[in-house]
Write a protein that binds this ligand. Structure first.
Ligand code: ADP
Ligand code: MG
Length: 478
């Protein structure tokens, strides 16, 4: 796969939580507050000596309730007054912070938190660490937030939530609909509603076309024809399908079979994720079914444009790569039509390109596997795909244990150990396939693989709720 060799650089920034971006520049903060109809929350702190300041940061500012609210309504500014030598700020910053103290914190109270409007007019202050829950703190700010421009929107969060921002005559147009059994969103940036709608319709048509080609549920699809003829004869199919199978096989090779589109041989026979499965199949049954899973037995004849599954009972399915493929193709089509900025959200598998209308990169929230509608991390992406495979999507519970819909081709059993795997890389199809692969490979081997692939990054959440990152994800703590 060309992408492995191309060495595309990742330009991204990872910040835990929502509005963890604390500005240290008041003039800039004022401009942002003005442009987006936000208020400014200025916090005076002594980051290396003032323990109430540190507690405030942990208890209030780090709380999701605060962060979610701040993300939409506030520009956060920090004026830090460190005392330790090594934490010393540069001269300009010291001057900037002292000027702020001169204006808003004459008495030198730490922490001191000041809510002001975009012009710097003080609306409310909190001296010391407020004895308030994050919710109560937010509740004190809420009534003061008004005149917010109606332009700003936030999409409902599904798996990976997208934050949208609109300015400069450019607007975000979006359509949500059910495709490939998942919630899809097509998002384009345009100045004109009519052209935007045409673009969106074209993308939807493309996704539908792909669904018809690769669905293994649809009896009319070429994929179903291949499955029906397993062990009998090669089936002639479109080159597009052959190419997708070829790339899938390459991922199988790369992952030593952890990823295998012929997992489908087992899917229907012993695993049912519709609630009808009440007990685990015994090892012998699983083992028997596993025999049919082997990507090497998917025989491609490019000359004749045929695909042949060598053994009777073999089946292929694109559950782990299809949505990524569709997102990638829809993106390519829109780019060809001249759409410079947009996102295809294929049931939480995202392909983003360009920027938001305000010129800033798209920011994407990574779903918290325990609370699907909450993000635990937010990343700014530039021409990247962000894909999450989670065991909260489809699963069965047997004897109180959760089993995911991802199957280890070696054992025939659902994989355990991880709650979610997010892959970030320039190509949504690859991201989709790798998310599933890493799920099967597990934390160590999976991360090891990702760390060897240029331009591919991963965020894993394990069963103990611990988060693991691949090597090149820069973490920021405030
Ligand atoms: P999601 O559908 O939640 O995005 P995935 O991309 O990980 O999650 O796809 C999971 C689907 O992939 C399963 O429902 C199944 O159809 C298929 N699948 C399961 N195990 C494997 C495997 N080892 N290799 C390839 N595909 C798999
Ligand atoms: Mg996948």
């Amino acid at each position: 796969m060309r992408i492995f060799l191309s060495g595309l650089l990742l330009t991204m920034l990872l910040v835990p939580g929502y509005a963890t971006d604390w500005s240290t520049n008041m003039p800039k903060a004022k401009a942002e507050a003005k442009a987006n109809g936000k208020l400014i929350l200025l916090n005076f702190a002594g980051s290396d000596w003032c323990s109430p300041c540190i507690r405030m940061k942990k208890k209030i500012f780090a709380a999701p309730a605060f962060q979610q609210f701040a993300d939409k309504n506030l520009v956060l500014v920090r004026a830090d007054f460190p005392r330790k030598r090594k934490n010393r700020l540069d001269k300009a910053q010291v001057k900037h912070n002292e000027a702020l103290a001169e204006k808003y914190n004459r008495q030198g109270i730490f922490p001191l938190t000041v809510l002001m409007d975009a012009q710097g007019k003080v609306l409310k202050t909190w001296e010391g660490l407020p004895r308030l829950s994050p919710d109560a703190f937010v509740a004190q700010i809420k009534p003061l937030v008004k005149n917010k421009p109606a332009k700003k929107t936030e999409t409902g969060s599904l798996n990976n939530a997208i934050k949208l921002d609109e300015t400069h005559g450019l607007r975000v147009f979006k359509k949500t609909l059910l495709l490939m059994g998942s919630r899809f969103e097509v998002i384009v940036v345009d100045q004109n509603q009519i052209t935007a709608q045409h673009h969106i319709q074209a993308a939807i048509a493309e996704i539908k076309r792909i669904e018809q080609l690769i669905s293994s549920w649809d009896k009319q699809s070429q994929t179903s024809a291949i499955n029906r003829a397993a062990g009998i004869k090669p089936v002639m199919v479109d080159t597009e399908l052959i190419a997708l199978i070829e790339r899938s096989k390459r991922v199988s090779k790369l992952t030593q079979g952890a990823f295998d589109i012929s997992f489908g041989s087992i899917d229907k026979s012993i695993w049912h994720f519709d609630g009808s499965l009440k007990k685990l199949p015994d090892a012998a049954t699983a083992k028997k079914a596993v025999r049919l899973i082997d990507y090497r037995n998917i025989v491609i004849d490019k000359m004749n444009s045929t695909v042949f599954l060598k053994n009777k009972g073999m089946r292929i399915g694109f559950g782990a790569i299809g949505k990524g493929y569709a997102a990638e193709r829809a993106k390519a089509l829109l780019q060809k039509r001249g759409v410079k900025n947009g996102i295809i959200n294929a049931g939480g598998d995202l392909a983003a390109w360009g920027n938001q209308p305000n010129g800033k990169p798209w920011t994407i929230g990574i779903a918290n596997p325990n609370f699907k509608n909450q993000a635990f991390a937010r990343i700014a992406v530039k021409n990247q795909a962000v894909v999450t495979s989670g065991n909260y999507e489809k699963f069965v519970v047997i004897d109180g244990k959760k089993y995911t819909h991802i199957i280890d081709p070696r054992t025939g059993y659902p994989v355990a150990g991880l709650k979610s795997v997010t892959i970030i890389c320039p190509n949504a199809e690859l991201a989709d396939a790798l998310a599933t692969s890493v799920f099967v490979l597990g934390k160590e081997v999976g991360l090891d693989l990702v760390n060897q692939l240029k331009g591919v990054e991963a965020i894993l959440v394990d069963d103990a709720q611990k988060v693991h990152y691949s090597k090149n994800i820069p973490l920021q703590n405030y």
